[in-house]
Structures are given as C-alpha cells and as structure tokens.
Design a protein around this ligand. Structure first.
Ligand code: C5P
Length: 211
C-alpha cells in the first residue's frame, strides 16, 4: 500500500504546528516539522561561524554537513553533528536568520529530498511553507492555515519568543524559490477567530472532502 502525505502550509505562528500535531495523533500519521530542518541548517552555520547571509559560504558548508532527519515515535527529529536539536532551534539568532538561509536554492534542494524520503517510513502530515506546492504537489490532501498578523504576533509573544513574524513572512512570500503560497487545491482555514477544536474540525472536514 502506498503511503500518503498531508500537506499543511501557512505563515509563521498561524497555529499550523499545533494543528498538524493534533491531526497526526488523530489520524495516526507521522508528523514532520520542516521549519525545524531549515532552523537546523542555521544553527549549524552559526555554530561554524558561517554567515547565513553568505550563500556561497552556506553552500560550501553543505558539502560535508552532518545532518540527519528521522522519525522517532511518530515525530520528526533533526540531528546536526550527532546532536539532537530541540530548544536550540527556537533561539532569537535562529529566528532572525532562518528566512535568509531558506532562500538558498541548494539548501532547499537538500531538505526537500530529505522531506520526500521520509515518506518511506509511513504516511505523513508535513508542515511548512512549500509542502503542497513543491514537496508533494500531487497529494490531494492540502491545507493552508492562516491567521491575521495581529493574532500571529500575539501568539508568538505568548510563547516568549523574540520573532519578527511579519518580516519573516514578507521574506518567505517574496523569495524567488518556493515562496509561501496557497498551493493549487489547498483548502484555506483562517484560524484567527477559531478555537483549536474548531480548526481541527474544519481540517478533518476539508481532508475528508479532498480524499
Ligand atoms: O515553520 P517555522 O516558522 O519554524 O519555519 C522557519 C522558517 O523556515 C520559515 O520562516 C521559512 O523561512 C523556512 N521554511 C521554509 N520552507 C518550509 C518550512 C520552513 O522556507 N517548508
């Protein structure tokens, strides 16, 4: 039997990670957070004194970058230089530099290949920016979770993070390669005025209709 992919895209702090986690549990699918992979490349670069704003230096770093992404107990994990990365990925420095690194074609090619490869371990819910448009364009299951900029900024502040979500979204939407867009066939859910339960209900209804 072939494994299926559910694509969830949307801007920063739209609630897509929370929704993806809940849906993955509910539907019994592996959950993959692709933002963590881009964040891991930034963490590795900063660790090696490579500027995320210097594409040539970043690409040179990739040639012997010790990076692994695996599924453990239903969720994706990222490892760099043999170290499992968790809270490191949410530092202010990573937040500030991730959009720059995510705009580098070679970084995207490397990570998209790894993302597609994770399907061999089972069906997935994958969340990010280009999952429905680039990583799995042929899947019928696509959601785009949105929220107003005010709501998103408030959610991020409630997490205690310094994160210019508006700036990150502008960079992610305007870049040439794989910009954040609503993929063909995706159902848009604006979560600004909805509870988590309502978003999950709408998501399940949309996926049922798409299948
Ligand atoms: O999802 P999260 O906010 O952690 O993603 C961090 C950053 O990684 C995004 O702002 C974006 O620049 C990049 N990203 C991407 N494509 C994805 C997932 C994340 O470009 N599929």
């Amino acid at each position: 039997q072939q494994h299926i992919a559910v694509a969830i895209d949307g801007p920063a702090a739209s609630g897509k990670s929370t929704v993806a986690k809940k849906l993955a549990k509910l539907l019994g699918l592996n959950m993959v957070n692709t933002g963590a992979m881009y964040r891991a490349v930034v963490w590795g670069a900063l660790q090696k004194n490579v500027s995320p704003n210097d594409p040539a230096a970043v690409v040179a770093m990739l040639s012997d970058f010790d990076f692994e992404c695996k599924i453990n107990q239903g969720s994706s994990e990222v490892w760099v230089d043999g170290q499992l990365l968790e809270s490191e990925l949410r530092s202010d420095a990573v937040n500030a530099n991730v959009s720059a690194i995510a705009a580098i074609v070679e970084v995207r090619e490397l990570l998209v290949a790894k993302q597609r490869g994770l399907l061999q371990y089972g069906s997935v819910i994958m969340e990010g920016r280009d999952i429905g448009s680039v990583v799995f364009p042929d899947t019928p299951y696509k959601l785009y979770i949105d929220a107003s900029e005010e709501v998103r900024a408030a959610r991020r502040a409630a997490d205690g993070e310094v994160d210019a979500v508006g700036k990150r979204d502008a960079q992610d939407s305007k870049r040439k390669v794989s910009p954040l867009i609503v993929a063909d066939g995706a159902t848009v859910i604006d979560s600004s005025e909805m509870t988590l339960e309502e978003v999950i209900e709408a998501a399940v209804a949309a996926l049922t209709a798409q299948g």
